[in-house]
Design a protein around this ligand. Sequence first.
Ligand SMILES: [Zn+2]
Ligand SMILES: [Zn+2]
Length: 309
Amino acid sequence: MEITFLGTSAGLPTKERNTQTTVLNLSPFLNEFWLFDAGEAAQHQILHTKIKLGKLRAIFITHMHGDHVFGLPGILTSRSFQGGENKKLTVYGPPGIRSFIETTLKLTASHLNYPLEIIEVSDAGQYEREGIIIKTLLLCHGVPSYGYRLEFPEQEGRLLQEKLLAEGIAPGPVYRAFKSQDTVEYEGQLYDARLYRAENTPGKVITFFGDTMPVESEIQLALDADVIVHESTYLEGDLTLSHQYHHSHISDVIRLAEQCNVKLTLINHVSNRYHMQDIQAAEALIKEQHPDFNFRIAHDFMTVSLNMI
Ligand SMILES: [Zn+2]
Ligand SMILES: [Zn+2]
């Protein structure tokens, strides 16, 4: 799996960075893309990637601020002409998302040629897609803003083929039985099949946060996550000022990641006042001051593979 950032600026776009748009490529777990927020020009950004709108099956909107939703109508309508025909799409979002979509489509006389499902999420909500549990919690941002915690199913341990061969059990249909059953009878002997499989590995946990200032619910969303994608509108400067605007400061993000035992923190939604060289300088300084903090500050078109995490 991998995460691609298509917009990493906060509030307004800059010449270097677009507004909030993040793509999760679920392959090889699932041959689908999921989108988290759709800032203005999200579809233009997608045109520069290998992402096909037909394979986009779910969109998650964190909150209704324009820098997170102004690109949504364009994606929905273009999808009809770019491989999405008859392929269902589900949009998750805060209350108001249904009215926003339906009103925009109606006023612009737009017709979609695929089924569109709209789910307005709630605080402490739980949803399921293809075995992935999606948990939502309300954050603190002045308007309802949600975090989405994705819990992937446990991965079954591989068959210990070398152990089976050592017992004189040759590859064949019986291997399927060893993979799926507790006990297997083979040539008159009963085997405990569980001894011939590696241990199951826990499923990954990936959390996408909407804009927020520090709040208790963040801990539940980030606890023991493999990856969190979190805003840091302020990379330096005044902590209280960032909270006045209901946003996070880099020190809030570092504390959350440490407190919750997060393996990798991907930082986006960095204020539009920072240029790329400011961001690179901030990144170097954070690395120096917090050598144990595993993080990256995202820039547009940055892709991070999650396979090694
Ligand atoms: Zn924002
Ligand atoms: Zn916002």
